[in-house]
Design a protein around this ligand. Structure first.
Ligand code: SF4
Length: 219
C-alpha cells in the first residue's frame, strides 16, 4: 500500500476512534494489523468464558475466531452449522442468551463514531443491545469507514447485504437478473436483510471494546 494511502487510512481510523470515545466507548482502539487485533481480543477475555458470535467474515479473515478456538473459551458459532439449519438457529439463540461476551463486526462506521449494522433475524444486532451478553467486542476494518449515516446506510444495503446474499448463494434481485448487483430494496419473500441498527452512543448497561484495524476486512 502506498504510504500516502496508509497515512489517510490511519488518520481516518484515529478520527473514528476519537469520536467513538466521545460517544462513550472508552475502550475504542486502533491497531494496524490483524495479529494485534487477535492479541487485544484474547487479552479482553477471561479463561472459561462463553463467547458468542453471529457469523462474520471479518472475524474469520483476521484469524480472530481461530484465536478464540485455540484458547480456553467456549465459542458459539452458528455459521459453522450452515446458514439455515435448525442447529444454527438454536445456536443463534444460545449466543444471544448464554454468552458472557458477544464478538462481532459492524457493516459501517462513520467518521463521527456511529456504528451501523444490517441483519436478517436480528440475533446479531440484538446481542449488541441490552438483554444480550453484558460485554460486546466489535472488530472493524477501515474499509467500512464512511463519512456519515447516509453513506453508512447506503453501504450496509449496497455492499454488505448484497455480498452476504452472494456469499450464501441466495437467489435474490441483487444476485441475479438485470438489476444485480444493485440493491433495489426488494419485496422478495426470501429477502435476508431485514433490520438495521444504528448505534449513536454506547448502549447503556453494556461494556464495549471496539477494535479498528488499519486494513480491509469483511464487508
Ligand atoms: S433488499 Fe433485496 S435487493 Fe437489496 S440487498 Fe436485500 S435482498 Fe438484495
Amino acid at each position: 500500500m502506498h504510504t500516502a494511502k496508509k497515512w489517510l487510512i490511519e488518520e481516518q481510523a484515529k478520527t473514528a476512534v476519537t469520536n467513538l470515545k466521545r460517544r462513550g466507548y472508552d475502550d475504542a482502539v486502533y491497531v494496524s494489523s490483524a495479529p494485534e487485533a487477535c492479541e487485544r481480543v484474547v487479552q479482553a477475555l477471561e479463561p472459561g468464558q462463553i463467547v458468542g458470535t453471529g457469523g462474520s467474515i471479518t472475524l474469520n479473515e483476521t484469524g480472530i475466531l481461530n484465536a478464540i478456538r485455540s484458547h480456553d473459551y467456549t465459542l458459539i458459532d452458528p455459521d459453522a452449522s450452515g446458514l439455515l439449519s435448525e442447529e444454527a438457529w438454536e445456536l443463534r439463540k444460545e449466543a444471544l442468551r448464554k454468552s458472557d461476551v458477544f464478538i462481532t463486526s459492524v457493516n459501517a462506521l462513520t467518521l463521527d463514531g456511529k456504528m451501523v449494522s444490517i441483519d436478517g433475524a436480528g440475533n446479531r444486532i440484538a446481542s449488541m443491545l441490552y438483554g444480550g451478553p453484558d460485554k460486546v467486542i466489535v472488530v472493524c476494518g477501515t474499509n467500512k469507514i464512511v463519512s456519515d449515516v447516509q453513506q453508512a446506510l447506503w453501504r450496509v444495503h449496497h455492499v454488505a447485504a448484497v455480498c452476504n446474499a452472494r456469499r450464501f448463494d441466495l437467489k435474490l434481485p441483487c444476485t441475479e437478473g438485470s438489476r444485480a448487483p444493485e440493491c433495489i430494496d426488494c419485496w422478495d419473500v426470501e429477502r435476508h436483510c431485514r433490520a438495521v441498527l444504528i448505534l449513536e452512543k454506547q448502549p447503556m448497561r453494556k461494556e464495549y471494546l471496539v477494535i479498528i484495524i488499519g486494513e480491509d476486512y469483511g464487508f
